[in-house]
Every structure is written in C-alpha cells, then in structure tokens.
Design a protein around this ligand. Structure first.
Ligand code: PLP
Ligand code: ZN
Length: 401
C-alpha cells in the first residue's frame, strides 16, 4: 500500500522563501505573513533562495520521494512540514497519446492528465498549497469566488485542515461542483452572475466577516502549487521541456506558474534557456486573452456576457492577464479561441482515442491543435503536451448525447 509520507524533510524547517515580490511594481514584502495583493493592486509572487534549496533538492533526491507535488518541498512556501494539508495531489501521469496523435497527424503528442488529482481537477494543486499556508499563518475562515472546480478543491482541503469555507459560485455552475462543496461542508452561495460578480461579493464582505480571500492570484500561493506542473513535465520528460504546451486558460495560474517553474529550474541548473511555445486555449464566448493577444494589447478587456460550457474558461477578466500575455509573446506562442461545439467534439475525440473522459476545457485543446496545424505553426515531429485540466464527470449537463 502506498502511504503519503508526511514529509521527506519531516521535523526540520524547510523555509527557503526569501521574500514576496510584486509581479508589476517589484515592491518586496516579508515572508511568513498573510498577504493578498500588492499595494499597487497587482499579484504577489514568491522568491526562494535557490542556491540553498539546491543543496537538498537534487534530481537524484527526487527519485526517492513520494509521488505528490510535495516532492518539490524546497521550492514550495510551507515552513513547517506538519502544516502540509495533502490528499495525494500532483505527479499526475504524462500519457503518450499515440492514437490521438495519429488522428491529428502528430508523432509526439502527450496528455498531462490532471483529472487524476483529488477532486478531479488541477485546482487541487493550487489549493493544497494555499490551504497549507493559510493553516500555517493562522487563518480560520476562507472564502473564494469560483466557476466550479476551485470551489470543490478548496472545500476538500479546508475540510482536511479543519478550516471553515465560504463559496460563491454562479448559479449555472456545473451541478457536480455545487454538490461536492455542499457534501464536504462548505457554506455555498449561488450568485446570479459570473465569477467576477462572485469575486466582488467576497471582496466587499471579507473584512467584516474575517474571511481570507483565496481568489486566483489574489493570494500568492495557489500559483506556487500550480507551478509544480512545470517541474513535473521536466522530470517526466527526463529533464527536458516539450516544444509546445497547450493550456486551457481562465485565470491563468498554471501558465504563469509553469513559466516561473522553468526559470527556477534554469537557476537550479536543471534545464537550459530553451522554453516551450506556450499556447493559451480559450472559449470563443469568453476569450479576453486571445482577443488581447490578437490586438497587440498588454492587458485584457473585460468580456461582457461571457458564455461557454467550459466553466473553467469563463473568466471575463483575469487579474494576471498582463503576465500571461507577456509569457505568450516571450515564448513565441499564441492564444486561440475555439467554439463550444468544437471543444465538445474535442472531448469525444480524446475519449474515443485515448480512453480519457476529458473536461470541456481539456477538449478545447483539440480544435486549437487543428488550428495550429492549419496555420503551419506546429511541426508533426515536435513534442507537444496538452493539458486535460479536469474530468468530464463534473460536467454531465454539458454532454447531451
Ligand atoms: C480553472 C480551470 C481552468 C483554468 O485554469 P487557470 O489556471 O485558472 O487558467 C481550466 N480547466 C479547468 C477544468 C479548470 O477548472
Ligand atoms: Zn505592486
């Protein structure tokens, strides 16, 4: 039987965080304190002493560590291993997708199957770290606006940690997300509006209610959890990065996190300066990043009447949009919007060729690949990774036949 060991570094401090820094104005903030946004209103990111981290975090050491994202403990922000709230998240399989690749005309296509995380989406990665840090810093009550999977993940980790949680979701959120939160003990409020409206409610009430706001990029640690996808890709590909990464993008923590992980790994001496082309995949009914990329803008314009069945992509305005757009351009990547019809067809193709019942967000990568091939922006022999970010099982009302 596989037991999740509490920590490899059990009993000692594993604090390599030097400070937090603003993603926009570069102001510095002290570690080991509760933080939301920078005074300038932009997200904070975590800096580590990577030279010190490298003394124990080696490629050899990783071979003996258990298969959760906590294997990268030295580049995660928790100080006392006893505070890690884990359900066994991370180290999801990187599956070679030969039948899907063949049907698309690609030789080296891989699927990073994030549906195999606790609560069946990659939101578990961010929430395991955010809740662990909240616990370490003495928070008692958490709140989040969510389009779906973030709520389920936060509720699960809060339950495990014994913390109280308040969830605000659009009333047309997939039913499975609502039910899982109610069944795991969250206070759930359904809102007649979008995730941005839910976010406003949390922002207005949090001070009076004493809630800690765990919104995407409004606390510094979810992105740290999400960045482990970048570490895992490199480790699973023998310390090489793929040529292309397709990432279904809402708030963009994964995109921002993986890019940060690549920089950290280069400074750890594990990889070179080569980077994958990062492709942001969005839904046509809510594509602020794709539209901004196309128009040459450095931030997104808020989408009015955002609509898509891929609820994780229904983020009309992302606070980290300026970082995403910079990453897409720096990497030589792009952003692509696909219709709901096309992304649902993508779910079917992934399912029928690879045996994975993908979330609609994961399905969106398929028409994006087709588009890139048509535009001659993909070579058939490149190493391409698509992220299936969640499970189709959470979206039963989206599949009519
Ligand atoms: C939240 C979510 C996304 C978007 O993730 P970000 O990192 O916020 O861009 C994509 N797919 C699924 C299934 C999600 O739950
Ligand atoms: Zn700032």
């Amino acid at each position: 039987m596989f037991l999740v060991r509490k920590h490899y570094l059990s009993g000692i401090s594993i604090m390599y965080v030097t400070h937090l820094y603003c993603s926009s104005c570069n102001s510095h903030y002290a570690p080991r304190r509760l933080h939301n946004l920078c005074n300038c209103g932009k997200p904070l990111l975590v800096a580590y002493d990577l030279d010190r981290a490298a003394t124990t975090l080696t490629q050899e050491a990783l071979r003996d560590r258990s298969p959760t994202l906590w294997r990268y403990a030295e580049v995660l922000p928790v100080n006392d291993p006893a505070h890690c709230v884990t359900l066994g998240e991370g180290m999801t399989p990187l599956l070679k997708a030969d039948r899907l690749g063949q049907s698309l005309g690609l030789q080296h296509l891989y699927i990073k199957d994030e549906a195999q995380n606790p609560t069946a989406s990659f939101k578990a990665r961010g929430m395991t770290v955010a809740v662990s840090m909240a616990k370490e810093l003495g928070v008692k009550t958490l709140a989040v606006p969510s389009a779906g999977n973030a709520a389920g993940a936060l509720t699960a980790y809060a339950a495990k940690a014994g913390l109280e949680v308040y969830i605000f979701m659009p009333q047309d959120t997939p039913k499975a997300n609502i039910i899982e939160c109610q069944q795991m003990g969250a206070h759930v409020t359904l809102v007649d509006g979008l995730i941005t409206d839910c976010g406003k409610i949390v922002a207005e009430r949090k001070a009076a209610e004493g809630w800690f706001d765990v919104s995407t990029l409004k606390e510094p640690y979810r992105v740290e959890g999400k960045k482990t996808m970048g570490y895992e890709l490199a480790e699973q590909l023998g310390w090489e990065l793929p040529d292309v990464i397709l990432y279904p993008t809402g708030g963009g923590t994964g995109l921002i996190g993986m890019w940060k992980a690549f920089d950290e790994m280069e400074r750890l001496g594990w990889i070179g300066s080569q980077r994958p082309r990062m492709i942001s995949v969005q839904a046509a009914g809510c594509a602020p990043i794709a539209q901004a990329f196309e128009s040459g803008l450095t931030t997104g314009v808020e989408i009015i009447n955002a609509r898509t069945i891929a609820s994780g992509l229904r983020v009309p305005k992302a606070i980290g949009d300026f970082m995403m757009l910079a990453i897409l351009r720096q990497s030589g990547g792009t952003a692509i919007a696909v219709t709901d019809e096309a992304l649902l067809a993508g779910v079917k193709l992934i399912g029928a060729t690879e045996g994975i019942f993908a979330a609609p967000e994961g399905g969106a990568c398929i028409p994006a690949i087709t588009h890139l091939i048509e535009q001659e922006k993909l070579d058939r022999d490149e190493r391409i990774v698509l992220f299936n970010t969640g499970s189709g099982l959470k979206y039963l009302e989206a599949f009519s036949d």
